[in-house]
Design a protein around this ligand. Sequence first.
Ligand code: AMP
Ligand code: MN
Length: 272
Amino acid sequence: MHSTASDGRLSPATVVQRAAEAGVELMSLTDHDTLDGVVEARKAAADAGIRCLPGIELSARWARGVVHIVGLGVDVDNRCLQDGVAAQQRARLARARQIVTRLERAGIEDLEGRLAAMVGGGVPGRAHVARCLVEAGHARDIQQAFDRFLQRGRPGYAPVSWASIDAVVDWIGQAGGIAVFAHPLRYRISRGALRAAISAFVEAGGTAIEVSNAGGGRDDLAAAAALARRFTLKASMGSDFHDPDFPWIQIGRLAPLPRDLTPVWEDLGGVQ
Ligand code: AMP
Ligand code: MN
């Protein structure tokens, strides 16, 4: 789940409170390329009497694209992870500046100030830019903002040099966490390319994959489960919650994992 520490719409504490209200017993706040919300989330979880694993969702370079790797149960004080996260944030800031320059050149006015207000204290992402474009009337909704302005080939596209899959899996491992290949069916790549990305993830030491995901239907769940079996990975679940105004993604409403898979939470050991 995501909070205002990255591109979510609710504060870390509010996300946790909503999770507790929805009956969630174990969750993780996994903001994009930042650990900043974790302390607040864990305090809120302690208050609400639920478990909240320290987490993160790291962007990783794959071929010409990007995959997302979630780290669960990471030590937020680990130097190696912190250094890696700092580099990812520098890449995000540099890309945000490039996006602003490109879109202003394409005739979008006043984006810089609007974006700064939208991001607040969080780590900037394309979802913030998309919201600014909707707010200023340049797009009907977030999807259209991505399609018209932010996708590769559109005027606001700016490449970003994320760390490799190897590097991000290593940071997570150094910080004592479990690396999870996030939402495998959501990348716009062929099945062959997806399997190659998962192979690289496994070779780097990754041990789990997200199988139950709020956005995908039964076919996606079955396909992700097949990938878990093929690569002998533990299975995770994730709503990828960002925004209460997107009613189709709700907290704590995930399809159960197929029984033959090993849930990632069976192996948390000493993680609190
Ligand atoms: P970033 O990590 O800043 O590049 O932003 C990635 C996030 O933007 C993803 O996690 C999605 O939530 C969102 N996103 C990416 N592509 C699209 C799209 N085509 N339509 C809507 N949201 C998207
Ligand atoms: Mn993601």
